[in-house]
Design a protein around this ligand. Structure first.
Ligand SMILES: [Zn+2]
Length: 424
């Protein structure tokens, strides 16, 4: 993923993250009192990879997973638990004296990803040499321990991708190649699954996915001829077993003016939405493509998130200042909820967000479950640290602010993003 730093604020945020990443190796594992947690929900996917939590856009919140104790998500390096019933989030740290602001907090992970597997929360962090490792902790934030390295040689944070943990196998990317390694095993036992051919690519980013017994990797490419394309690979157990399965054609992407595509794979079906076009369903066995939702003439551009029961499409647009190929987006005031037969179930206006916060520059969906869509409203500018986090009911269209979201305590008009006293 090539990052085009839009603003000093975004860039300094990345730099700050990278700096802090360097200072947090060798953390201790102090025994702590157990956090009081709600009773476990019965239906949490414990395979390590949760399709609903894995949005395909790396610019959104990328460290989020569902646990029996609520949604765990990262903000400013700290893991928070979000209770979808009370719509409140709190740091995963029970130390009463802790301010939950630095690497001494039990909730400190500063990770590119989050995963819930076999009762443990997994995350990735880099050491002082910028080499990435997989860590695990108890769901109450105690017992952090290093599991294994997931990078052969140190590289910068910007060159790192989200790894994937699925049913005891870790998938990671290093130096233009995709690997798998058993959870907990030495990285030198890793097997190369695919070596990227960078010929005639101007930009390239990768995203792992898992569905039933299959593991996938999607390559989002800007070709030398200026066309964006997505190429899906099914990962084998070695290079010979890995095969290209699908690539977006002019059918799915008739006139790609926009770099943004959203997708989801479930039960062997790929659901694919390129901004400004229709939502397609592609059977990965037969290769047959079927137009699921006709959006041409309805939406000029947009982004989608998917849950098991719903496809949510938001009419945000490419950022007018940075252009359609920057990946930066703006606006978004109408949310459409479709089911998997392609029927529009509800149209939800977000105008109340813009009334409450007239300086909102961009609304972006983070993830969806079967009852809600979670959405971030950036205040002042795209990717601003000042943001409001919403849970939106798919049934009633009610917009609920999440309490305890750290971005809502930051004033976008304070240059150094200092916390404003008494805002929350
Ligand atoms: Zn803390």
């Amino acid at each position: 993923m090539k990052l085009l730093p839009k603003t000093c604020a975004l860039f300094s945020l990345l730099c700050a993250s990278a700096l802090v990443l360097c200072s947090c190796s060798g953390r201790g594992t102090p025994p702590q009192a157990a956090q009081s947690t709600p009773s476990p929900a019965p239906s949490v996917d414990t395979s390590g990879f949760q399709q609903n939590m894995c949005v395909s856009n790396v610019f959104r919140m990328n460290s989020v997973c569902q646990t029996p104790f609520g949604y765990y998500l990262q903000s400013e390096g700290i893991v928070y638990a979000l209770d979808p019933q009370t719509k409140r989030m709190a740091p995963v740290c029970s130390r009463p004296e802790c301010r939950h602001g630095d690497e001494h907090c039990n909730g400190w992970i500063n990770s590119l990803f989050l995963s819930y597997y076999n009762g443990m929360v997994y995350y990735a962090n880099s050491d002082s040499e910028d080499c990435w490792h997989l860590y695990a902790m108890q769901p109450d934030g105690t017992g952090h321990r290093k599991i294994q390295s997931i990078q052969f040689e140190a590289t910068g944070m910007i060159h790192s991708y989200q790894p994937m943990l699925y049913n005891g196998t870790v998938y990671f990317i290093d130096s233009g190649a995709l690997y798998s390694v058993a959870l907990g095993a030495d990285i030198h036992t890793a097997v190369r699954l695919l070596a990227e051919d960078s010929t005639s690519k101007l930009e390239s980013s990768w995203k792992f996915w898992a569905d039933d017994s299959a593991a996938y990797a999607m390559n989002h490419v800007l070709r030398a001829d200026g066309v964006y394309q997505d190429v899906l690979y099914q990962l084998g157990t070695d290079e010979a077993g890995t095969k290209e399965l699908w690539r977006s054609s002019q059918t799915q992407v008739p006139q790609q003016r926009d770099s943004c595509s959203s997708w989801y794979i479930s039960h062997g079906q790929l659901y694919y939405y390129a901004s400004g076009n229709d939502v397609w369903r592609i059977d990965l066995n037969s290769g047959q493509a079927h137009q699921l939702i006709g959006l041409t003439g309805v939406l000029e551009s947009g982004t989608a998130v998917f849950s098991q029961s719903a496809i949510a499409v938001l009419n945000d647009t490419p950022d007018p200042q940075w252009g359609p190929q920057s990946g930066y987006r703006s606006g978004g005031d109408t949310l459409r909820i479709y089911d998997y037969t392609g029927v529009l179930r509800r149209e939800i206006s977000l105008s109340a967000i813009y009334q409450a916060y007239p300086d909102v520059a961009h609304c972006t969906m983070v993830f969806a479950d079967d009852s809600s869509v979670y959405l971030l409203a950036y205040r002042g500018m795209e990717h601003s640290p000042s943001s409001v986090f919403y849970q939106i009911s798919q049934d009633s269209g009610a917009l609920n602010e999440i309490a305890g979201w750290i971005g809502s305590a930051l004033n976008p008009h304070t240059p150094d993003w200092q916390e404003e006293e008494g805002v929350r």
